[in-house]
Design a protein around this ligand. Structure first.
Ligand SMILES: *Cc1c(COP(=O)(O)O)cnc(C)c1O
Length: 390
């Protein structure tokens, strides 16, 4: 029998890997309604609490009045409108790069950048814990594709020795499922020594990191010479949707010419760019959001250590609780949900086998009291899991 989907689905269920979509029946925020139940949620990536901000909503509304709804065409035909252009200029200014190029999603920005820069005969080297969109981009490029050990410059250097053609080293800035930071200064030096380019996907760094929220590159004070290709996404810390690549004049012009996911798609709605322009201002200037976030992260880590939870080496809003087996991670998530707390279990293949976890994310929209409620829930539920073996 062809397409034996029922067997594949049954197999996934039996392995505790079946995915389901919770139905969100409220706007994004700490207090949500999911599948008919009010819950206190710790799993979105809206780190600064901008996804449902009144000023961002007002900018979207005004943008729709002024510019209509649809982008209408691709950027190269007649879809590149004034709000898109202004947003690109503001993103270039935020990142301190000559130019930025707007993409519809982070997935597309990653596919576009990697496939435009390397191809057959070239080399792409990636951290083994990189986001799926980067790994897919590496495969699609046709370049020789290898992964190096997580954040390990020796492992990278060994692979650089054998690299051929144009060589692109690619890493997450903040690792999306672990919350730790790429060792960018060391990676940049290693890449530069071999004439390779470093590309950083800082989807989770923009907003929380850096004095102005410009992410890991601002955090480490690195230049365009260290990180020639910088990617940011707009659906996380910016609270809206879309993505961008920032870099030199030449890099951006090359992407306009050669990045197929840029060329062959309709531009995002111009009103969305209006909303993002507004959220960019809040992200950059309302520093109290980063301070609030940092204080909640400290509170969570201290409380979690007292309970004896296995935290990871992270000072970012991504604070995973390592569990191990998928069944146990699902069980802890379920126990918390029965107590009104929503924390998603993250399982393979999103994370390596045997490293299922609860991915707690904190946002500036959470309160101290809400983090306290989460800690109380964890203190009650974690011991109920019992010893590992089941
Ligand atoms: C979420 C994410 C993406 C994808 O961005 P979208 O705009 O959601 O498509 C890419 N890279 C990383 C590291 C991410 O976490």
């Amino acid at each position: 029998m062809f397409f034996n989907l029922s067997a594949r689905l049954a197999e996934r269920r039996a392995a505790d890997l079946y995915r389901q979509r919770p139905l969100l029946q409220s706007p994004q925020g700490p207090q949500v309604v999911v599948d008919g139940k009010p819950l206190l949620a710790f799993c979105n990536n809206d780190y600064l609490g901008l996804a449902n901000h009144p000023d961002v909503i007002a900018a979207w509304r005004a943008g729709a009045e002024r510019w209509g709804v649809g982008g209408g065409a691709s950027h190269l035909v007649i879809g590149h409108s004034t709000p898109h252009h202004e947003l690109e200029e503001a993103l270039a200014d935020l990142t301190g790069r000559p130019r930025a190029l707007l993409f519809s999603t982070g997935y597309m920005a990653n596919l576009g950048a990697v496939t435009a820069l390397v191809g057959p005969g070239d080399t792409v080297l990636q951290d083994r814990l990189n986001h799926a969109s980067l790994l897919d981009a590496g495969r699609l490029s046709g370049a020789r594709f290898q992964r190096y050990l997580h954040n390990d410059t020796h492992s990278l250097a060994t692979r650089l020795e054998k690299a051929t053609g144009n060589t692109l080293v690619v890493t997450d800035g903040v690792f999306s499922m672990d919350g730790d930071l790429a060792d960018l200064p060391a990676l940049a030096a290693t890449a530069k020594a071999k004439g390779a380019w470093l590309m950083v996907d800082d989807a989770h760094g923009f907003g929380p990191l850096g004095a102005q929220g410009a992410g890991i590159v601002e955090h480490y004070g690195l230049s365009q010479d260290d990180v020639p290709v910088l990617i940011g996404t707009l659906g996380k810390g910016f609270g809206t949707s879309g993505a961008f690549v920032a870099g030199s004049e030449e890099l951006i012009e090359a992407l306009v010419q050669f990045a197929r996911p840029y060329i062959y798609t309709t531009s995002q709605p111009p009103a969305l760019a209006c909303a993002t322009l507004k959220s960019l201002g809040l992200l950059r200037h309302e520093t109290w959001r980063r301070e609030q976030l940092a204080s909640l992260i400290r509170q969570f880590r201290q409380g979690a250590e007292q309970i004896g939870l296995a935290l990871m080496d992270s000072f970012t809003p991504i604070q995973p609780i390592m569990i191990g087996s998928s069944a146990r991670a699902l069980r802890l998530s379920q126990l918390l949900r029965e107590r009104g707390l929503l924390v998603t279990a993250i399982r393979p293949p999103t994370v390596p086998a045997g490293s299922a976890r609860l991915r707690v994310t904190l946002t500036a929209a959470h309160s101290q009291a809400q983090v306290q409620r989460l800690l109380e829930g964890l203190a009650e539920c974690y011991p109920l899991l019992g010893p590992e073996d089941a």
